[in-house]
Design a protein around this ligand. Structure first.
Ligand SMILES: Cc1ncc(COP(=O)(O)O)c(C=O)c1O
Length: 346
């Protein structure tokens, strides 16, 4: 029913499903398997996650990234807790208040220059620990890659986890684009999660080429308490879980996760290289994952909106966000680049 030649830059979710993932879903079809995660695919997936994140990792596949975040935060928080995050965090701006509404948590947001929290920024809200009037900061939540397409180094994450732990807080990492971060860093997934002191992770699948599916991964075994109940009560328990697990296996039980993320990042870098010196255009953040944020004159922006789908970001009419994905082609980049050149000169 759709025009398969239509291309967009609005989201890495505009792409379809990677053909190897689709084949894995088909291969998992037929016959009967135990539902709700008692199947052989989910059993193998737990092993594969242990391979990537270390022997203590416990994995709970879920349906959406918002769901993964809300479950992970509930697993890490008391009912009187608050969560420190960047003011640009998906948790804060794009989850319709789910952490507040479903998990009953207060978000304490702090400004950043590039989407990345720092110890200095966290310190602004890491206070009032013995004040009964204050929702207690119990978790620091980071996104890797960030919503602004930037990537923390393992040392930056370690500085935050050390600070958080010293203040009796835990660290959650929103890894909707974890693979893109690994591809940028050239490091294994555990290097900037488990080995950097992260306690609990939302691991992305959808943006990396799956049809749907994410996972809550517990890295600090002390948090593995009641997460299966939290998942069900948060409406994130898939009965035919074998199909989510089979998709994740297609990505992670080999190198497809890295191939897809590397390609998406390479396309963003290509776009950046082609446009960064154009007069009238400013690139706003380092291009490290699969996003390019630019400021353009209003008229140029309007002309581009007539031709491509993309979002204006952060309430500003002049900042555009262009996302690339595993199936973005060099021709797509050329089309956008030419349109940008024309919009800026006409
Ligand atoms: C940083 C981040 N976290 C989580 C999500 C997951 O969102 P969803 O609930 O749409 O799967 C997204 C999707 O855009 C995201 O960018």
């Amino acid at each position: 029913m759709h025009d398969a030649s239509f291309r967009g830059f609005a989201s890495d979710n505009y792409s379809g499903v990677h053909h190897e993932v689709m084949a894995a879903v088909a291969a998992a079809n037929g016959g009967h398997q135990v539902s709700y995660g008692g199947d052989v695919y989910t059993e193998r997936l737990r092993e594969v996650f242990r391979h990537h994140f270390g022997p203590e990792a416990r994995t709970y596949p879920v349906l959406t990234g918002t769901g993964a975040n809300v479950i992970a935060l509930q697993a890490a928080c008391d009912r009187w807790a608050s969560v420190i995050c960047a003011e640009s965090a998906h948790l804060h701006v794009d989850e319709c208040g789910a952490p507040e509404k479903v998990a009953g948590l207060k978000l304490l947001t702090v400004p950043t220059t590039d989407g990345k929290l720092t110890v200095e920024a966290i310190r602004r809200e890491a206070r009032g620990f013995d004040d009964e009037h204050r929702a207690q900061p119990q978790v620091v939540s980071l996104a890797q890659a960030t919503e602004l397409g930037t990537v923390y180094t393992p040392a930056e994450i370690r500085a935050i986890t050390d600070f958080a732990h010293a203040h009796h807080m835990l660290v959650h990492l929103d890894g909707a684009r974890l693979a893109n971060a690994a591809a940028h860093l050239g490091l294994p997934l555990r290097a900037f999660t488990t080995d950097a002191g992260v306690d609990i992770l939302s691991c992305g699948g959808t943006k990396n080429g799956m049809l749907l599916g994410e996972a809550v991964v517990i890295l600090n075994p002390a948090l593995d308490r009641g997460v299966d109940h939290l998942r069900k009560a948060s409406m994130q328990l898939a009965s035919k879980m074998r199909f989510i697990s089979a998709q994740f296996l297609a990505l992670l039980d080999g190198d497809l996760w890295l191939r897809n993320a590397t390609h998406a990042n390479t396309m963003a870098t290509l776009l950046h290289d082609r446009i960064r010196d154009l007069p009238g255009l400013t690139v706003n953040y380092p291009v490290q994952a699969n996003a390019v944020f630019v400021t353009l004159p209003e008229l140029a922006l309007a002309a581009l909106h007539d031709q491509f789908h993309f979002y204006d970001w952060a309430g500003s009419h002049a900042q555009a966000r262009w996302m690339t994905t595993f199936d973005t082609t060099p021709d797509d980049i050329t089309s956008l680049t030419r349109a940008v050149e024309t919009a800026l000169t006409s």
